[in-house]
Write a protein that binds this ligand. Structure first.
Ligand SMILES: C[S@@+](CC[C@H](N)C(=O)[O-])C[C@H]1O[C@@H](n2cnc3c(N)ncnc32)[C@H](O)[C@@H]1O
Length: 316
């Protein structure tokens, strides 16, 4: 396999944030290409243990063969269930490097990228669930507009939703190039470009920013990324032992806001509880408040540009 599956973002800072105890028990809920997992394992003794989750079966090409490592093919929303299954009551640290890997964008047939002709799939877990095409062809105009506005921060979300609903009345929107043409105001009945999986599409430079937001919004909805994150954060809070670290890399403002609020307050609403003296009552002490990649890293790996690192320590 020649493809680079993924280049881990902020690797040194992430490992520092975890403050790894060699005999400790760690969970990497987003295995991907395994870059972060390998760096964690390098710090663990034979008595230590790492569980790595990923819902994407393609990540199996990156598995390692070590007794102190366990791969879990699952959505990380089931973190608690799997830790129960493995008899784990407490963990010393958890890492979540959210979102998709390079592999998803570089694998045209998965439909994550508007750069290539492909079926509109976008599922990280290819074994089930609704695809982006299902959403585009079945959601009401109102629901489509909501998804595009909230997850893509698209100001013209209503206009785009209207175009989608109008176009699908003539023909279901099934491929990336069809969606691109619809939002750019063309008819999808005769694909003007693409048509063959993996064929590069000729996208005008001016359209790329909005298309990136549109595809991001659909991807988040397809994979219920915010729902999974919520469930995982709550489970992580219960599983972490006092002194244990939670380290999260976020890539867009919505997930970053949720993580920031959760690590400050210990609850998903971000509601800060204070004691009689005005001291914040939170199960976490915030260690790192949104560190970004160094210029040198971004030059080497431009996709690290949007990464934000947050670290907290469980105190009670
Ligand atoms: C940014 S990549 C992680 C890259 C990894 N840190 C590395 O060093 O290669 C995110 C990975 O998490 C997986 N993923 C995203 N959301 C998930 C979820 N809810 N449950 C399980 N895996 C998930 C994706 O399939 C992808 O492989």
């Amino acid at each position: 396999m020649n493809e680079i599956y993924h280049i881990p973002a902020m690797l040194r800072e992430t490992i520092q944030g975890l403050n790894i105890q060699p005999d400790g028990l760690y969970v990497d809920v987003t295995f991907g290409g395994g870059g972060h997992s390998r760096a964690i394992l390098d710090q663990l003794s034979e008595q230590g243990k790492l569980y790595s989750f990923d819902q994407d079966l393609d990540t199996l090409q990156n598995v390692m063969h070590q007794d102190n490592w366990q791969f879990v093919h699952s959505n990380f929303r089931y973190l608690r269930n799997f830790m129960d299954y493995y008899g784990v009551k407490q963990i010393d640290g958890l890492l979540a490097d959210l979102g998709v890997s390079f592999h998803h964008f570089d694998c045209p047939e998965r439909g994550f990228s508007f750069r290539f002709s492909a079926p509109l799939d976008m599922r990280m877990n290819q074994t089930g669930g609704k695809t982006a095409a299902d959403i585009l062809n079945t959601y009401s105009e109102e629901d489509l507009a909501r998804v595009l506005y909230i997850y893509g921060e698209l100001k013209n979300s209503r206009q785009i939703a209207k175009k989608i609903v109008k176009a699908r009345g003539q023909k279901a929107i099934e491929r990336t190039e069809e969606l691109v043409e619809v939002v750019m105001g063309k008819t999808p009945s005769v694909p003007l470009q693409g048509g063959k999986d993996g064929q590069e599409l000729d996208i005008p430079a001016g359209a790329k920013k909005d298309l990136a937001r549109l595809f991001q919004a659909l991807r988040i909805e397809v994979n219920d990324e915010m729902g999974a994150l919520r469930e995982m954060l709550l489970a992580a809070k219960d599983l972490l032992k006092p002194g244990g670290r939670i380290v999260i890399l976020t890539y867009h403002s919505l997930e970053d806001r949720m993580v920031k609020n959760f690590l400050r307050s210990g609850n998903l609403e971000g509601k800060i509880e204070k004691d009689f003296y005005g001291n914040i009552l939170s199960p976490f002490k915030v260690i790192e408040k949104g560190l970004t990649a160094s210029e040198e890293e971004v030059e080497r790996n431009p996709r690290a540009r949007s990464a934000k690192l947050r670290v907290a320590e469980k105190i009670v």
